[in-house]
Design a protein around this ligand. Structure first.
Ligand code: FAD
Length: 539
């Protein structure tokens, strides 16, 4: 994994193999000796050692991690006096918390050093991933690099994979001291990061292993890479079918928001060249959506080549034949390699979830999976000690109202991987809207915690729901006007403006705003030109 520090002052001290046993000699409080000595790392027995050099020393020494013998380095923060905030995950929860921390006014000695860790080099504005398939946006607009977004801030960024966390803030181990070490994060590159405050915001991943064949043959649509793979396969199928009569068949499992938005986007892209078969276990689409959004979506889907298979669940997915050369892999490299190969066909076995329906089989060229997700939380180490994070039945970290993980006063959790109920006891949905609002509170509450002020309880404000239905179509139901749904091109513009406002930084917002305006102007000129041409040619 690449490691990128955005401020030159961040010094990393590589681990020296000869120093394997140093952790035994200097078990803790290296930080107390000054930044330049805060460098040790360990690797011993069969596990990786973490040195936790907290000022309190209560958790100092070696923590064994259950990995093979691997080099580790202790990250040296630029300043050994200022609080250290480590944010895991740079999505709506993590990135926006970092930006919120940056925007707050701090007393000089208390402004924390903020380190953001993400496995990817891009922040991804997931609600607009569909527009990559329709060609309405360019990747840089909805997936800008962290290095660009954070260029004018003091936030540090590491591109690395989070492996595990060793918290030490539970059970009052660190006492009341404000800046004592809260624990250690271990990254895949071998880097160990001590923190005073930790923010967990790793989001969730698609869950495909629910029916036989789904993990092997269906593509999820949750990340930038997923969107690129789907786009790649659509292009491959479009190229294969060019000039032929046969239709492209796309099977889409799930008709929640994601499934319906994908169905609308892909059916518009394929037009008469393909059919989208959208399968849902419920007898309706988007069962939890406001009725206005659902009706608008049904209208659009029925006007396109979308076949709704409602009241069915998918029992299995198999591949037709066994042409090894065209084995579809979910690895990007393999996908690229398969470009000139024959495209496979898949068979979905559908079982009725309702009485009166017959079992079905469905043949498809491409299977997309939008059902279910799995919250992502780092593994906790060492495993044999009671450092656990309380999880709900879905596997999300349970937090109190201030967004701190229950039992862990130094760990905040937000977004898809966290669980909180609203005042009426309903679990908050895993949406960008929730994560975005939580980031505001997490940033503020970190400020309050560091400055010894009272923390605020998070209150979610539902602003309404939006969905894209194509290049010039959307449905927007604001929560503040009962019964109103804005549809069609106006809804589409409203949604785009709402998302433009939510892009992460002013600079990025401005660049994207100019780009979208330019594209709109070019599209308008093209449309006027084509109308004029038609009028003049009398057709
Ligand atoms: C296609 C799609 C459309 C959506 N549309 C909407 C919508 O219209 N409205 C809405 O409100 N919500 C929508 N959502 C949901 C919304 O995107 C999520 O709820 C939101 O992104 C959650 O924010 P988060 O910070 O918890 O996670 P994310 O935004 O997913 O960020 C998590 C980050 O953690 C990183 N990460 C994960 N694991 C590791 C690791 N081990 N090491 C390092 N980094 C890691 C990831 O790279 C990612 O950058 C949509 C989601 C998808 C997939």
């Amino acid at each position: 994994m690449a490691l990128t520090a955005l401020t030159a002052s961040a010094a990393l001290f590589p681990f020296n193999r000869g120093a394997k046993q140093w952790n035994r000699l200097f078990p803790s409080s290296l930080r107390g000796l000054g930044t330049n000595l805060s460098f040790s790392a360990v690797s011993q027995r069969r596990g990786i050692g973490c040195i936790a050099s907290g000022a309190t020393g209560t958790n100092g020494g070696v923590a064994e991690l259950s990995e093979a013998d691997t080099e580790s380095r202790l990250y040296s923060w630029p300043d050994n006096k200022k609080p250290r905030v480590c944010i895991l995950g740079g999505g709506f929860g993590g990135l926006y918390t970092a930006l919120r921390l940056e925007s707050l006014v701090w007393p000089d000695d208390k402004k924390p050093q903020v380190l953001l860790v993400d496995q990817s080099e891009h922040f991804v504005f997931k609600p607009m991933l569909y527009e990559l398939l329709s060609g309405e946006v360019d990747a840089w607009e909805i997936a800008p690099r962290f290095s660009d977004l954070l260029a004018n801030t003091s936030v540090l960024f590491f591109q690395d994979m989070v492996k595990c966390v060793r918290p030490s803030d539970h059970l009052g181990l660190n006492g009341p001291s404000k800046y004592s070490c809260g624990g250690t994060v271990h990254l895949e590159s071998g880097l160990l990061i001590e923190y005073d405050w930790l923010v967990l915001a790793l989001g969730a991943e698609a869950k495909l292993d629910v029916v036989p064949g789904a993990a092997e043959y269906a593509l999820p649509f949750s990340t930038l890479e997923d969107a690129r793979k789907v786009d790649f396969w659509l292009k491959t199928l479009e190229r294969r079918n060019f000039g032929q009569d046969s239709l492209i068949h796309v099977a889409l499992v799930g008709c929640g928001y994601s499934g319906v938005e994908l169905a609308a986007t892909i059916s518009e892209r394929l037009q008469d060249r393909g059919v989208v078969h959208a399968i849902n276990v419920e007898t309706t689409i988007c069962p939890t959506a406001p009725p206005g959004n659902r009706e608008a979506a049904l209208k659009v889907l029925s006007s396109r080549k979308v076949q709704l298979l409602l009241g069915y669940f998918v029992r299995s997915i198999t591949k037709v034949g066994d042409a090894e050369a065209s084995e579809k892999s979910t690895e990007t490299g393999a996908v690229q390699g398969a470009i000139e190969q024959d495209v496979q066909k898949y068979v979905l076995e559908l079982q009725p979830a309702e009485r009166g329906l017959q079992s079905k089989t469905l043949e498809a060229d491409l299977v997309l999976w939008t059902v279910g997700s799995k919250p992502l939380l780092p593994q906790l180490e060492p495993r044999d000690r009671p450092y656990d994070i309380p999880l709900n039945a879905r596997g999300q970290a349970e937090t109190d109202e201030t967004l701190r993980v229950k039992g862990h006063p130094r760990i905040f959790a937000l977004g898809d991987s966290s669980s909180l109920r609203d005042s009426s006891g309903r679990l908050l949905p895993a949406t960008a809207q929730v994560a975005f609002q939580q980031a505001d509170f997490a940033g503020w509450n970190l400020w309050a915690a560091i400055n010894g002020r009272p923390l605020l309880p998070f209150r979610f404000q539902n602003l309404g729901e939006m969905m894209t239905l194509g290049r010039n179509d959307a449905a927007v139901t604001p929560s503040f006007i009962d019964g109103l749904t804005i549809e069609g091109p106006i809804g589409h513009t409203a949604r785009k403006i709402a998302y433009l406002i939510r892009l992460p930084t002013d600079e990025h917002r401005l660049r994207v705003g100019i780009s979208w305006l330019t594209k709109t102007a070019v599209d308008s000129v093209a449309s006027i030109q084509s109308t004029l041409t038609k009028v003049l040619s009398g057709s």
